[in-house]
Design a protein around this ligand. Sequence first.
Ligand SMILES: [Zn+2]
Ligand SMILES: [Zn+2]
Length: 171
Amino acid sequence: MKCKNCKNEFTPVRFNQKFCFDTDCVRVWVESEKEKQWKKKKKVLKDELQTIQELTKLAQVVFNKYIRLRDKDKPCVSCGSKLGSKFDAGHYFSSGGHKSVTFDEDNVHGQCVTCNQHKHGNLLNYQIGIQKRIGEDRLLKINQKAHETRKFTREELKEIIEIYKQKIKTL
Ligand SMILES: [Zn+2]
Ligand SMILES: [Zn+2]
């Protein structure tokens, strides 16, 4: 076996040993192991981050699907027009800035594509519509909740996904 560092022949005593026991070579060996460990750790951290982002996306897909099924026979929450085969789950408090109510059923209602995508949520009329639909008290509650800071853990996101998968089945 040839040492990866000094290129001298040596007899390995461990499986897959790539360095000889020369002081310099051992030092290089230790460094390369550290590097490997760090790369592994970085990958795990990255995976965990991605998983939260991926789980959030998936939770949104499942939750929005539930909202669209729940509201399929209702009119658009903002303009009152009949919802066709293609409509959106429109957030009253946007999901970007108000994480705490992203998955709150009171905050999300069936909305026509025109209102949701072309009129930026048609918020003025949304306010009137949502008040009619859930009432003053519940509107006040989401108003409060919307301005709390909220971070979802992976476990919580997994739970939301499971809950709404089940809810979709029962509709
Ligand atoms: Zn060596
Ligand atoms: Zn509309």
